[in-house]
Design a protein around this ligand. Structure first.
Ligand code: PTJ
Length: 250
């Protein structure tokens, strides 16, 4: 860490997250545009009050249930996610259990290798992504390249911090797509089956807790929970929440 942030700083958490991304950039994990993406996320985090709002808490629960019901769940990891929540990614993958696959928009083999190493350093036994020989139909950029045993074969895919066209293409393949995106207006947020409007730094840890709790639920109870989820309605609730907060500012 190149900068000491005093823990009594009023924006300590937020500055620590920025620092993790800056370090991730230096370590070759984060792409430079990942910093811009984070800035957009921060703005929306500010609007929701930098906390997990009730709708997101519920979405995290349903997403966890969906991952538990899946036959072949996969967690897709990009540069920002590896820099911010490597430990949570590995814990979530082990608790479900699910496969981890590194998948990059700005793909280089060197970055793939670095991300695989980071996840392994945090305890992952197997990390997919290096032997990506399949292509998601309709996606021309590198994000469409994936592993046959991983995202290609998955029935449920968790794609935190995503760009919209892969989400759409995965859905066209018949997969259930769960995303974590602070922007409730993004194409990804609008296309996914379950959108968690929360900071990935809060959401992933909360999902580990939900998965641990939901392990004792019966299959039918999990199915009922998933069936009730109305993603469009919940996104509307997030926008309402933000609008109300803005209106209430004196
Ligand atoms: O590592 P790579 O090469 O795969 O590239 C990753 C980035 C993030 C650069 C790439 O996926 C990208 O450009 O993403 P977008 O299209 O900018 O979308 C990122 C979305 O994530 C935006 O809607 C942001 O609001 C949201 N976001 C950013 N930071 C966070 C976030 N959502 C949750 N938690 C965050 N910390």
């Amino acid at each position: 860490m190149s900068f000491d942030i005093p823990c009594n700083h009023p924006r300590y958490e937020s500055l620590m997250i920025r620092q993790r991304l800056a370090d991730g950039l230096k370590d070759g994990l984060v792409h430079e545009t990942g910093l811009i993406a984070h800035g957009r996320g921060e703005a929306f985090d500010y609007l929701i009050g930098e906390r997990t709002i009730d709708v997101a808490f519920a979405a995290e629960k349903v997403a966890s249930a969906w991952l538990l019901l899946a036959k072949h769940p996969v967690i897709s990891v990009n540069g920002n996610v590896a820099a911010l929540v490597p430990d949570e990614c590995v814990r979530l993958a082990k608790t479900i259990p699910a496969a981890l696959e590194v998948n990059l928009f700005h793909r280089t083999e060197e970055r793939i290798q670095r991300l695989v190493n980071v996840l392994q350093d945090h305890g992952a036994e197997t990390v997919l992504g290096e032997h990506a020989l399949e292509k998601i139909p309709g996606l021309d950029h590198a994000r469409g390249i994936c592993e046959r045993q991983g995202i290609y074969a998955a029935d449920v895919v968790l794609v935190p911090l995503e760009d919209g066209d892969r989400c759409q293409a995965l859905k066209k393949m018949g997969k259930c797509v769960i995303t974590i995106d602070l922007n409730p207006l993004s194409r990804t947020a609008r296309t996914a089956d379950i959108t968690i409007v929360d900071n990935v730094c809060r959401a992933m840890g909360q999902m580990v807790k939900w998965v641990e709790e939901l392990h004792s639920w019966k299959k039918k109870e999990l199915e009922d929970l998933c069936r009730q989820w109305d993603n469009k309605g919940q996104l509307h609730a997030v926008v309402e929440f933000i609008s109300k907060r803005l209106k209430d500012i004196k």
